[in-house]
Design a protein around this ligand. Structure first.
Ligand SMILES: Cc1ncc(COP(=O)(O)O)c(C=O)c1O
Length: 439
């Protein structure tokens, strides 16, 4: 990695990355040197998936070239070494989020991690897991609470869980700006609430939600808290113990890692009591033709052959992020988030979603351009080599609440330059000029 820890840089441990540092970081990302539509690529779609530095690409390739073997299965040397690096990678994720190694379960992405929790709970509801799993049993009259701003991945699994168990799904609404109505949350969360699922950072608004308020409400009534950390783990220092959540999920591909790997954090005593979701090889101690005994967590939740090279590459991504410094990445993102929001909101005809919310943010802004479809805005920017996301960003209820069906989203990361942020803002103004002229 090219960023160095010289004295000056070390002294700036909480300050935003300098332009020179970002330029040096960019050299580590081969894709950022490419051209798109005759322009240097300006990648403003890290909220969907991030780009990978050489250290991550090399880690995956090195594993495949020198260590590839199935983990927790073979007695041969390669299998033992592969198992060791796989478990080291788990420890890296655990350290990164402030958890113990045994509290991290590998999944293929955050969506699978959320479904794992929901299906384990409904397995408990149907009597699996015995007395230990009693605390997860949902019944008619019980309530699951989520919010109107969730990504579909943190909404549909709870709709399905409610349908399977007879529990009721309740939704914390948003105000006209898109902020969580915490006053209403305090009314909704009550003695019937068994589980609350909330996103740490909205993938549409870019705001960092006041999770501690939701956790306090949950603690008052003994409800479990599931945190969707997909958009926070890549961009902020994350400490699941300090946040006092029961579960948290993240996706490797949003934090410089490969696709196909994600992680679930679960408080140890909860994972120990939860029945498995997927069953099969590698998660058992004894099997007869009629029944099976399961391993303790995390292996109990890791049925089948594991994604080892992806786990190792995710650990390399975390090492990279840690070396740059999460507080510095957060400061970089906060500055660019503000620049995007202010620059876009100043354009006549542009409505930045959540612009009025007074909360800290990451480097992500979604916006609606009056009279121009988000797909046209995205296409116009793409012609300039600028990659953004268009559509509903898997958050249809949030868009519906704000009175629109789609938006354009620009999202930054540690490799984003100020010039790229300004190119988005200039590009949106140019798109408006172009389409209005044509109208
Ligand atoms: C807030 C949030 N939650 C969950 C997800 C789902 O992540 P994945 O598709 O990697 O499972 C995303 C991805 O866009 C997201 O932004």
């Amino acid at each position: 990695m090219s960023i160095s820890g010289g004295t000056d840089e070390a002294a700036r441990s909480d300050s935003a990355l300098t332009d020179a540092e970002v330029q040096r970081l960019r050299e580590d990302f081969p894709i950022l040197q490419t051209q798109v539509n005759g322009h240097p690529l300006a990648y403003l779609d890290s909220g969907a998936t991030s780009q990978r530095p050489l250290a991550v690409l090399d880690a995956e390739r090195d594993f495949a070239s020198t260590l590839n073997a199935a983990v927790h299965r073979g007695a041969h040397t390669l299998a033992a070494e592969a198992t060791e690096v796989f478990e080291d990678a788990r420890a890296t994720v655990a350290r990164f989020v402030g958890a113990d190694d045994g509290e991290i379960v590998w999944t293929s992405n955050a969506t699978e991690a959320l479904n794992l929790i929901a299906y384990s709970i409904s397995n408990a509801a149907s009597g699996r897991g015995g007395a230990a799993a009693e605390r997860f049993r949902l019944r008619e009259g019980d309530e699951i609470v989520t919010t109107e701003m969730e990504h579909h991945a943190n909404l549909i699994p709870w709709q399905e869980l409610a349908a399977r168990t007879g529990a009721t799904l309740r939704v914390i609404p948003l105000d006209d700006d898109g902020a969580l109505r915490l006053d209403v949350a305090a009314e909704i969360i009550g003695p019937r609430t068994r589980l609350i699922a909330v996103t740490h950072v909205s993938n549409v608004l870019g705001v960092i939600n006041p999770v501690s308020t939701v956790v306090s409400l949950a603690r008052e009534v003994g409800a479990l808290v599931v945190l969707d950390a997909c958009q926070s783990a890549p961009h902020l220092p994350l400490d699941v113990r300090a946040l006092d959540v029961d579960f948290a999920v993240l996706s490797g591909h949003k934090m410089l890692g490969p696709t196909g790997i994600g992680a679930l954090y679960g408080r140890r005593e909860l994972l120990e009591a939860m029945p498995p979701f997927l069953t099969g090889g590698s998660m058992i101690t004894t099997v007869t033709t009629t029944e099976a005994e399961y391993l303790p967590p995390p292996q109990r939740f890791e049925a089948g052959t594991q994604r080892v090279s992806q786990a190792v590459a995710l650990a390399a991504a975390i090492d990279y992020l840690t070396a740059v410094g999460m507080p510095r990445i957060a400061a970089h993102e906060a500055a660019f988030g503000r620049r995007l929001v202010d620059g876009l909101a100043a354009i006549d005809g542009v409505r930045v979603l959540g612009a009025g919310i007074d909360l800290p943010r990451v480097g992500l802004a979604s916006f609606d351009v009056a009279g121009i479809h988000s797909h046209d805005v995205g296409q116009f920017l793409d012609d300039r080599g600028i990659a953004v996301r268009v559509g509903h960003h898997c958050a249809q209820p949030l868009h519906r609440r704000l009175g629109i069906i789609s938006s354009t989203r620009a999202s930054t990361y540690l490799y984003t330059t100020e010039a790229e942020v300004d190119a988005v803002i200039d590009g949106v103004q140019a798109a408006i000029d172009f389409f209005r002229r044509g109208a």
